[in-house]
Design a protein. Structure first.
Length: 278
């Protein structure tokens, strides 16, 4: 908890616990990864899992399922933490978020053992050097984290504004699952827009036309947010197929205004003609 605080992550919610020590809050303690929405992701990596190569220090994640190796107490919790770990790494790649790594050392459990013992962490260290997810395979979830790298690829999407308007954990889980399934369409939308506009990503809101690259130079190249034109809160329970025509390229300001107050406003009419770019 202290290391996450040092890394700039919000730890206030840890205090919302009836126990005596926030660090013992079961909702957070012992997790392998953490998200600061829209800003960064933190992951715990075992020192022995890090590789030293010509390009520097790296870590390659290959998805695993503890349930397939062991059944009984602990398997479900390990699977959940592993799934969250993978979800946060995918999120970091899709949103091109920086990674903060907490290096841990000690006795790591072997889930392949018939009676695996819990890991014993003897030391933790917040790496002062930033990391980034530089490779990601959407088919398998395998990815590569590299030390000293910064996100440089065009972000596939941004922090989900629409998620905030869903009430109840069940609805939120269904929405998140839908977002993962539609990630391919959102990536293709970015590429379609780049091709259609000569390599530019221009906000499609009428009377806006904001271009991150035009405003910020190389820092903004390849960046834009992707908006879902059809309100996902009204989708069928099993979801629906997302097509490119259902998505739009928008700037961050327009995206916020589209969803202000929990709405899903049309792109046309959002900005009055007299208020548009001159």
């Amino acid at each position: 908890m202290d290391l996450l605080n040092e890394a700039g992550f919000e730890i206030g919610p840890w205090k919302n616990y009836k126990g005596n020590r926030p660090a013992a809050n079961p909702k957070y303690c012992y997790n392998w990864s953490f998200e600061q929405p829209g800003e960064a992701v933190a992951v715990c990596l075992w020192h022995r899992s890090l590789k030293q190569g010509k390009g520097g220090v790296s870590f390659r994640r290959k998805p695993r399922g503890f349930a397939a190796l062991r059944k009984g107490p602990g398997a479900n919790v390990w699977n959940r933490r592993d799934a969250d770990f993978g979800k946060n790494l995918e999120l970091a790649y899709r949103q091109q978020l920086p990674i903060r790594v907490i290096v841990v050392d000690g006795e790591q459990r072997n889930p392949a053992d018939l009676k695996p013992k819990a890991s014993i962490v003897k030391a933790r260290l917040l790496d002062p050097v930033g990391w980034a997810v530089t490779e990601y395979d959407y088919a398998t979830g395998e990815c590569l984290l590299e030390r000293g790298k910064t996100p440089v690829l065009p972000a596939v999407d941004s922090s989900d504004l629409e998620l905030a308007w869903f009430e109840g954990e069940k609805s939120k889980r269904a929405f998140i699952y839908h977002r993962r399934r539609e990630a391919k369409a959102r990536r293709e939308k970015i590429q379609e827009a780049l091709r259609a506009n000569g390599g530019k990503l221009i906000c499609e809101v009428q009377n806006c036309g904001f271009d991150f690259a035009e405003r910020y130079g190389t820092l903004g190249e390849g960046y834009a947010q992707v908006h879902h034109l059809l309100p996902l809160s009204k989708s069928p329970k099993n979801g629906r197929e997302t097509k490119l025509k259902d998505l739009a390229i928008v700037c961050a300001n327009c995206h916020v205004m589209i969803h202000a107050g929990g709405k899903c406003r049309a792109l046309d009419g959002l900005i009055a003609a007299s208020k548009g770019r001159e």
